[in-house]
Design a binder for this molecule. Structure first.
Ligand code: SF4
Ligand code: SF4
Length: 82
């Protein structure tokens, strides 16, 4: 019985981690190279989660909103997001 409870606890924890990874928490790893960014706003326009804002000519990604769909990476003409 104790083993089953342990298994259940681990399963619930694993599901919680998976649920978190499916959302905004999966990100925080995207970077904008400001030396390349020309502030064209294409990434801002393509982001379906409004996670990017161009501020003072540089794209800024909000890791709390980003779902890591990679659309901004694909559309950036300068290769400034990675
Ligand atoms: S698409 Fe690229 S160059 Fe344009 S604002 Fe976004 S990061 Fe900067
Ligand atoms: S990866 Fe997707 S959700 Fe995240 S900032 Fe880029 S376009 Fe937006």
């Amino acid at each position: 019985m104790m083993r089953f409870t342990k298994f259940l606890l681990i399963a619930v924890l694993a599901l919680a981690v998976l649920a978190a990874c499916d959302g905004p928490l999966a990100n925080a790893l995207l970077t904008v190279d400001t030396s390349r960014c020309v502030g064209c706003s294409e990434c801002e326009e393509v982001c379906p989660y409004n996670a990017i804002e161009v501020i003072d000519g540089d794209a800024v990604i909000n890791p709390n909103l980003c779902h890591q769909c990679n659309r901004c990476i694909e559309i950036c003409p300068e290769g400034a997001i990675f």
